[in-house]
Structures are given as C-alpha cells and as structure tokens.
Design a protein around this ligand. Structure first.
Ligand SMILES: NC(=O)c1ccc[n+]([C@@H]2O[C@H](COP(=O)([O-])OP(=O)(O)OC[C@H]3O[C@@H](n4cnc5c(N)ncnc54)[C@H](O)[C@@H]3O)[C@@H](O)[C@H]2O)c1
Length: 252
C-alpha cells in the first residue's frame, strides 16, 4: 500500500530539480503522474514508467492560460481527472532592483505567480473532490533578500494567494485544500547555475550554506517528502498552511 494509491498528481516544472524528485517520490508512493515542463519531461516519465508507474508527460508553458485546460482534458482522458496539483515551475532571478526593467519584473511575476493563480483557479474549477493544491513558494516568500526583489515579490504573492484560496475553497464547500511550501536553498540546477555565474562560486556556496543553522543546503528529497505529505490524506486537516522546510534559515 502506497501513501498516494489512487491519486493522480499533476506536477509542473517536473523535468528538473524539485519537480522531478517530487514526481519520482509520488510515483513510488503509488500515485499516477501528469508531469509537465516547457518540453515534455520524457526522461522523468520513462523513469516512472520503468518502475511500473502510470505517467503522462506533456509540454506545458505555465504562463499560457489556454494550455491549463488542455492539460486537464488530457489528464481526464488518461486518468479520469486529477486530485493534486503541484505548482512547482519557477524562475530564479538575481538582479539589483535599480537595474530591473519592467519587462524583467513582469516575466518573473508571470512564471512564478500568474501561473500559480492559473493553476489554482483551474483546480477550483476541475479538480476532483478531496484534492490538494501545493504551491511551491520559498523562504524568499517569507523574508527579504538583496538582489532578488522580483523573485521575493512573486513568492510572497504565492504565499498569500495560497492562504486566500484555502479559506475561499473551505467556505465555498469545495473539499480542496491549498498550502504553500517554503524551501530553504536546495541543491538544484536553479541554485547551482546561479552560483556558478558568480566570480567565486565556492565562497558563495559556503556563504549560502552558512545562512542555514544546520550548516548546509537541502536536497530535493527534503522538499519531495513535504509534497508527498501534503498530497496524501495524512494532511487532510492542513489547509492555508505555510510549510517551511529550510534547515532553520528563517528561525534566526
Ligand atoms: N532550489 C531552491 O533552492 C529553491 C528554493 C525555494 C524555492 N524554489 C522553487 O522551487 C521550484 C523548483 O525550482 P528548482 O530549484 O527545482 O529549479 P529548476 O530550475 O531545477 O527547475 C525548474 C523547472 O521549471 C521549469 N520552468 C521554468 N519556466 C517554466 C514555464 N514557463 N513553464 C513550465 N515550466 C517552466 C524549468 O524548465 C525547470 O525544469 C521553483 O518554483 C523555485 O522557485 C527553489
């Protein structure tokens, strides 16, 4: 018996990092997966299928409004609908505020926040009863940081969008829960590539590690475990919560 037997879980940005690991863990717990990314995440899908799991891999740019319903249609055709949506796709952004153009600002909001609105709205309209929306925010949706104002604004928006949606769903009698996850720095391509662009990457990585009381970055599995919990019925009384998984980053 898996913890997610019978559930259909749709994960955006599933080709890499946290989305990929979450997809693999959810499949290992018995869920069937709809995995999407800018290009269909066929490698992740093959890993799931090779292990005997049910999976559908599709291309989905989360900023394209009309694509959400198309993917939901395909999920319905393949699996009869979906029970969990993990709004994971996102862009990192490091740019001094004074050098940020309005176009750059809007791009970050579009990928990181507008997409979460589109996905959460779709869940209200089409998710099966008893479902769970899991929105991947960040510690940088809880505390500020120099050089990442657009990113922080988008992730702070995800936090309060999630809480508002949780209250509205409950009051409307929709049996859908909505929660956000706030990872500390996790070793994924998003972080590693950004650090490698800096003049002294080793020192930057050591500094980032030192910001976490535990003294190191997290691993994708640390977030995937939280996704599994929020996707499962073990979290049936959890809605509107901000689940901080950050090695203590925001505790001091
Ligand atoms: N890694 C961290 O330290 C960290 C910390 C806090 C929050 N997060 C958040 O976790 C999520 C996953 O990040 P990650 O670290 O795994 O990054 P990643 O870069 O490894 O993966 C992100 C994925 O999102 C996809 N993506 C980007 N734009 C897209 C779009 N418009 N439509 C569809 N897919 C798109 C990318 O192709 C990529 O596969 C992001 O929302 C990120 O902001 C990451």
């Amino acid at each position: 018996m898996g913890r997610l037997d019978g559930k259909v879980i749709w994960i955006t940005g599933a080709a890499s990092g946290l989305g990929r690991e979450s997809a693999l863990r959810c499949a290992a717990e018995g869920a069937r997966l709809v995995v999407t990314d800018l290009a269909a995440p066929d490698t992740v899908a093959a890993e799931i299928a090779d292990a005997g799991g049910g999976v559908l891999a599709l291309a989905q740019d989360v900023t394209v409004e009309g694509r959400w319903d198309e993917v939901a249609d395909e999920a319905e055709e393949a699996f009869g609908g979906f029970d969990v949506l993990v709004n994971n796709a996102g862009l990192g952004e490091n740019r001094p505020l004074a050098e940020t153009t309005l176009t750059q600002w809007r791009r970050v909001q579009s990928v990181n926040l507008d997409s979460v609105f589109l996905g959460t709205r779709l869940a209200f309209r089409r998710m099966r009863p008893g479902g769970s929306v899991i929105n991947i925010s960040s510690i940088l949706g809880l505390v500020g940081n120099a050089g990442t104002a657009a990113y922080c604004a988008s992730k702070g928006g995800v936090r309060l969008l999630s809480k508002s949606a949780a209250v509205e769903a409950a009051q409307a009698g929709l049996t859908i829960r909505v929660n956000s996850i706030h990872p500390g720095y996790i070793e994924t391509p998003m972080v590693v590539n950004a650090v490698n662009k800096r003049p002294e990457p080793d020192q930057v990585m050591a500094y980032i590690a030192s910001r976490h009381p535990v003294g190191h970055l997290g691993e994708p599995a640390d977030i995937a475990h939280a996704v599994v919990y929020l996707a499962s019925d073990e979290s049936r009384f959890v809605t509107g919560a901000e689940m901080v998984v950050d090695g203590g980053y925001t505790a001091w």
